[in-house]
Design a protein around this ligand. Structure first.
Ligand SMILES: [Zn+2]
Ligand SMILES: [Zn+2]
Length: 395
């Protein structure tokens, strides 16, 4: 764990005794300020975003916060085994990654398939008669490795609440208006409780609006929204990875009373590939090399995400040797192009016939000890070990 890890309270700029509400407020403010969507390509903001998310993740959870108050960062460090919180894996040394931070952010903004609703944009208005922006939506999309690396386009079908055509999201039958709520007589609040304890609460009939719809719209039954299946074309740019999010403006839930629709966020999940592995913008791939090519030198065919390529193998190439093919990695519009790394996996012939074996024996006849330095080294080291062992056993 890094020594200069900052105190979580300090990170959020709050006092040690801060209430849950204060913690959430502080986190919300900073998370929005440093959110990657607002600061594209800005690594410093991303770090900040991760830092505040990590702090919030701990301080917003009573049991984690208690542990943190008691043990500090050590509560979640590697050295603390078996005790306390249990399910909490801890952030070890490196803190949380961006994907986790985004999840925290989504969790904090309400979850339930509709994100940012309370955080970004207009959100829920205080005046129930005012235009209201539609909620943002989240859609999880699984894509192939190839699609992530090269980009692609996809058609997705989602169920979404759209603004009702008939009433334009007003909820009232066209031509009809609103009337004063009978329950609260237009105040928007009613007095509840009994005896000595009385309190004011939002009117349950009009939900604080003071007015109710005279005649509910026959299509949406006064909701202002109707469920619809919608087909959306999603352009996936090259270089995306699991956790990458695509924002499709205006394709979220419909707005009410003339408010604009929300946005749709596509969260990507990339399937594993059979032989390509990804490391940032680099591609790593294990390639079998016949033993005689490894010994004598030659060329082997290697797949790259850009197509097939030939790789020169120098004579005497050992198993596990890594070759780098420059510029054969992933291209990201933002961060450039990576390389491909080839890990040599020497292949030994299988299923030799008697005749073939004999020929091979004749061929390897030219080889002597000096052609196998690793074997010689091992034998020498082993001899030393036996000597040492014998000496110890005599004692
Ligand atoms: Zn309607
Ligand atoms: Zn009312």
């Amino acid at each position: 764990m890094s020594a200069q890890k900052r105190d979580y309270y300090e990170v959020l700029g709050i006092a040690k005794g801060a209430s849950a509400d204060e913690i959430k407020k502080a986190y919300r403010k900073m998370a929005i300020q440093y959110h990657p969507d607002k600061n594209p390509g800005d690594k410093a903001s991303e770090e900040k975003f991760k830092e505040v998310s990590e702090a919030y993740e701990v301080l917003s959870d009573d049991s984690k916060r208690q542990q943190y108050d008691q043990f500090g960062h050590a509560a979640f460090g590697a050295g603390r085994g078996g005790g306390g919180g249990g399910s909490y894996g801890g952030f070890g040394g490196g803190g949380i990654d961006l994907e986790e931070a985004l999840r925290t952010f989504m969790g904090a903004s309400g979850g339930g398939g509709s994100i940012f609703e309370n955080f970004f944009g207009g959100g829920r208005s205080h005046n129930p008669n005012a235009p209201q922006e539609g909620a943002d939506l989240r859609f999880d999309l699984e894509i192939d490795f190839e699609e992530a690396v090269l980009g692609s386009s996809r058609e997705i079908r989602i169920n979404v609440n759209e603004t009702c055509e008939r009433c334009k999201g007003a909820g009232s039958e066209p031509g009809s208006g609103r009337k004063t709520c009978a329950t609260c007589r237009g105040a928007g609040q009613v007095v509840g409780g009994g005896g000595f304890i009385q309190f004011r609460q939002t009117c349950p009939t009009c939900r604080g609006a003071g007015q109710v719809i005279e005649k509910p719209c026959t299509t949406c039954h006064g909701q202002g929204l109707v469920k619809n299946k919608r087909t959306i074309d999603v352009k996936i740019p090259s270089g995306v990875e699991t956790g990458s999010r695509l924002r499709i403006a205006g394709k979220g839930e419909g707005g009410l009373r003339g408010g604009p629709p929300g946005d749709l966020y596509i969260v990507l999940h990339v399937r594993e590939h059979e032989f390509f592995k990804r490391n940032d913008l680099d591609i790593v791939c294990e390639v079998p090399v016949p033993f005689y090519i490894a010994a004598l030198g030659g060329e082997v065919h290697v797949p790259t995400i850009h197509g097939g390529a030939e790789l020169k193998i120098p004579a005497g190439t050992e198993n596990g040797k890594v070759f780098r093919m420059k510029g054969k990695g992933i291209t990201s519009p933002r961060y450039g192009t990576g390389d491909q790394h080839i890990i040599v996996q020497i292949e030994i012939p299988q299923g030799l016939s008697g005749k073939e074996k004999k020929k091979l024996e004749e061929a390897v006849d030219v080889l002597t000890e000096k052609h196998f330095p690793l074997t010689q080294k091992m034998l020498k080291a082993a001899e030393k070990f036996y000597e040492h062992k014998r000496a110890l056993e005599k004692e």
